[in-house]
Design a binder for this molecule. Structure first.
Ligand SMILES: Nc1ncnc2c1ncn2[C@@H]1O[C@H](COP(=O)(O)OP(=O)(O)OP(=O)(O)O)[C@@H](O)[C@H]1O
Length: 264
């Protein structure tokens, strides 16, 4: 249950084009994500996944339509946008000496009045989020003393403290071992259910991506070349064509298992 009106789309993208340094990187992408849904964008290196995600989050200029909860992202003021959508970047730049609590508190910036300070309510939100993500014991620790998995949870905590219902995750598990990958993805999935979050992610591990996504979008050369439930996207033919690899796709308990096989 998300509390959203039925039939609404949390994210609607049509004809999205993004140029970087005069090069067309995202070339006419269409995609929709329903409230409470988890959609994952996959595709080979350089396909344009991060660029598309950043444009959808309003961080890059683009051509085409991007609506978040029915409002064009480029029409949202910065603060309103931050209350609507939270982005966890692939490798967020963090001040290394900053303490975990202060970093997560940055998520409350859109709620702090100009020239004002965070309220007691903001501090309480941060404390709640730290509790929910099992991070209270790290509240006073410097960010540069955390392990990769702990740091990834802190990035998520900051995004959650923002109070946005749409979460954009750019390779949320790339630096993590399989145990921590699972931990972070389970956490996102639980929060999605409990808070009615909508998730649009990019991921490289195809089997894991397929286990958590309701639907997938395969991007290659800046365009959508396949979209649908994991079973329809993660096919041997699609992966051979767009990743130039030989794989076996085996039916697993929670979706297709993608196993690379030697060419010779
Ligand atoms: N500032 C830039 N100027 C020109 N080209 C850029 C710029 N930034 C990125 N690119 C190019 O845009 C293309 C898409 O990059 P993007 O990071 O969106 O791909 P990706 O699918 O997320 O890749 P990866 O899986 O490697 O993270 C790449 O070829 C990259 O070199």
């Amino acid at each position: 249950m998300t509390g959203d009106p039925p039939g609404e789309r949390a994210i609607a993208v049509a004809g999205l084009k993004v140029w970087l340094e005069k090069t067309l990187i995202v070339d006419g992408v269409d995609l929709d994500v329903g409230p409470g849904e988890w959609v994952t964008i996959i595709g080979p290196n350089g396909a344009g996944k991060s660029t598309a995600l950043r444009a959808i989050g309003g961080l890059l200029p683009f051509q085409g339509l991007v609506e978040l909860n029915g409002v064009a992202v480029d029409k949202l003021q910065r603060r309103e946008r931050a209350k609507t959508v939270a982005i966890v970047a692939q490798s967020p730049v963090v001040p290394p000496a900053m303490r975990v609590f202060d970093y997560v508190l940055l998520g409350r910036t859109p709620y702090v009045p100009p020239l004002g300070r965070e309220s007691g309510a903001d501090l309480a939100v941060v404390d709640d989020v730290l509790g929910e993500l099992d991070l209270r014991r790290f509240a006073g620790r410097r960010l540069d003393t955390l392990s990769g998995g702990e740091r990834q949870r802190v990035f998520l905590a900051r995004a959650l403290a923002q109070g946005a219902r749409i979460l954009l995750l750019d390779e949320p598990t790339s630096a993590l071992d399989i145990g921590h990958q699972q931990e972070v993805l389970e956490l996102v999935d639980r929060l999605r259910a409990e808070r009615g979050l909508t998730v649009l992610a990019t991921m490289h591990d195809l089997t894991t991506a397929g286990e958590y996504a309701d639907r997938m979008v395969l991007l290659a050369g800046g365009t959508v070349v396949a979209a649908g439930p994991p079973r329809e996207v993660l096919t041997e033919a699609n992966l051979a064509k767009h990743y130039r690899v030989r794989v076996r796709v085996i039916e697993g308990d929670h979706g297709p298992l993608v196993v690379p096989v030697r060419a010779t």
